[in-house]
Design a protein around this ligand. Structure first.
Ligand SMILES: [Zn+2]
Length: 455
């Protein structure tokens, strides 16, 4: 019924600036994305991956029902199915390289990852990547014939990546999103090394890699049962920092503000704003103690990259021959996976990817000055020409030097320089984020080489 009241409401809506309406829509879309990932889909995909018996990198490639070849062909077909349902919105391909003469890959072996690219509208050469690993293993890393279900390590990461693609392919973004099922992880991070180098050679501007490695275990070896937290591992200073950059960092700071650290802070805030019953525990180190994952090859080339994973691991269910010994059941089997929890961590990825890809490019060429002065001045590059209309403005953040997360902020409008009066440079760390017309922010960029997200 059309009443005077609905008429008034329509008038008020019409009078609101378009930006405010869009703003509501984007926030609502991020909430919808947070609720969309399906535990049933993830369960079905993990079951399918486990059904290939072993997905060991050196396992057979001819069979359609067993081994790494069957697994990667199924993943490619699954991405193609998702693409067919969004009018061909994904570019699906293999990323391959031949590895030989390595301790864990002695003979020439094709390492084949599967990637699907969802192109962005305004800035298609800007990329965020979500990844999981195809391959699995048992106690002997060279055993390529025994059953290695790898249900949690790392069918959970691949299933989460497929499900995020299903959810996000329903939307259009400004930057591009890559969904990657990486190969050869257990044999030495080879699929990630190959893709990172290919991306660099192709000139991809990578702003974030969200590597998912084991996102389904909620009952830890430590006796803790917890489905309300997730770890985000983030290294400190850049692995490819030059000597001159390290020297400059020593005098101006940045050891806790690599782009990877600020990506972790961004994901932490995404969880606070959009996730129910999930808190991010940022871990300020590259990875677990002396252990590895597929974000590292990206870190090695200087790209911001984190590892997302469960908080409480169970080592009886990782890299184990299937067996029972002294009443203890070993093996990475389906019954050790909490599918609802894997869906929750998938949602954390999906909302983070969406927010990063709706936001404008993170500010480039950020500089700071203000020594021996009452004031602190930050400057940065103007928006990319193709994002001139997308950018509403910039937001400066700062925090005490011993604080873990950003504490203070100020919107400064669409400028390329701003002076904070009577905020002394010595007593805080500073950064700047770009903000879209509809209120979506980029990660905070710390000034100089130490914090740069690139151009
Ligand atoms: Zn593993």
């Amino acid at each position: 019924m059309f009443t005077a009241r609905t008429y008034l409401a329509a008038l008020i809506l019409a009078a609101l600036p378009a930006q405010a309406q869009q703003n509501d829509n984007k926030q609502q879309m991020l909430h919808a994305i947070a609720e969309a990932p399906s535990a049933d889909n993830i369960k079905r995909d993990i079951e399918k991956l486990v059904s290939f018996g072993t997905r060991h990198t050196l396992s057979e490639t001819e069979s359609d029902t067993r081994g790494i070849g069957a697994a990667r062909r199924w993943i490619k077909a699954e991405f193609e199915k998702i693409s067919a349902e969004c009018g061909g919105c994904l570019e699906v391909s293999y990323s391959t390289g031949v590895i030989s003469g390595e301790a864990r890959i002695p003979n020439a072996t094709e390492v084949v990852s599967v990637i699907a690219i969802q192109r962005g509208k305004t800035d298609p050469n800007r990329f965020v990547i979500m990844s999981g690993d195809i391959d699995s293993r048992v106690s002997d890393v060279m055993d390529f014939t025994s059953d290695a279900p790898g249900a949690n390590d790392n069918a959970s990461g691949v299933a989460g990546t497929l499900e995020a693609a299903r959810v996000l392919s329903q939307y259009q973004f400004n930057g591009s999103i890559v969904y990657a099922a990486l190969a050869g992880e257990e044999q030495g991070l080879f699929g990630g090394k190959i893709l990172a180098q290919q991306a660099k050679d192709a000139g991809w501007r990578i702003k974030a890699v969200l590597n998912n490695d084991m996102i389904g275990n909620t009952a830890g070896i430590n006796g803790v049962i917890d489905n309300t937290t997730a770890r985000v591992f983030a290294e400190g200073t850049r692995a490819n920092e030059t000597e001159a950059e390290a020297r400059s960092r020593r005098f101006t700071g940045g050891e806790n503000d690599s782009p990877t650290r600020n990506l972790a802070r961004y994901i932490d805030l995404i969880a606070d704003n959009y996730m129910t019953n999930l808190d991010v525990m940022p871990v300020y180190r590259l990875d677990r103690f002396a252990r590895g994952g597929h974000h590292r090859p990206f870190n090695d080339l200087g790209y911001p990259a984190v590892r997302i994973m469960e908080t409480n691991e169970h080592y009886d269910r990782q890299h184990q021959d299937l067996r029972t010994e002294n009443g203890i059941v070993y093996g990475d089997t389906l019954d050790g996976v909490d599918f609802a929890y894997a869906a929750k961590l998938t949602a954390l990825n999906a909302v983070s990817l969406a927010s990063l890809s709706w936001a404008p490019n993170p500010p480039a060429d950020v500089t700071i000055k203000g020594a021996v002065s009452a004031n602190t001045t930050l400057s940065w590059a103007a928006p990319l020409p193709q994002e001139e209309t997308l950018v509403k403005g910039y937001k400066i953040y700062w925090r005490y030097t011993d604080a873990s997360a950003w504490q203070f902020s100020r919107e400064v409008g669409k400028v390329t320089e701003f002076t904070l009066e009577n905020v002394v440079i010595d007593n805080y760390f500073f950064g700047v984020a770009s903000v879209s017309q509809d209120g979506i922010e980029s990660p905070v960029v710390f000034p100089g080489a130490a914090g740069s997200f690139g151009n």
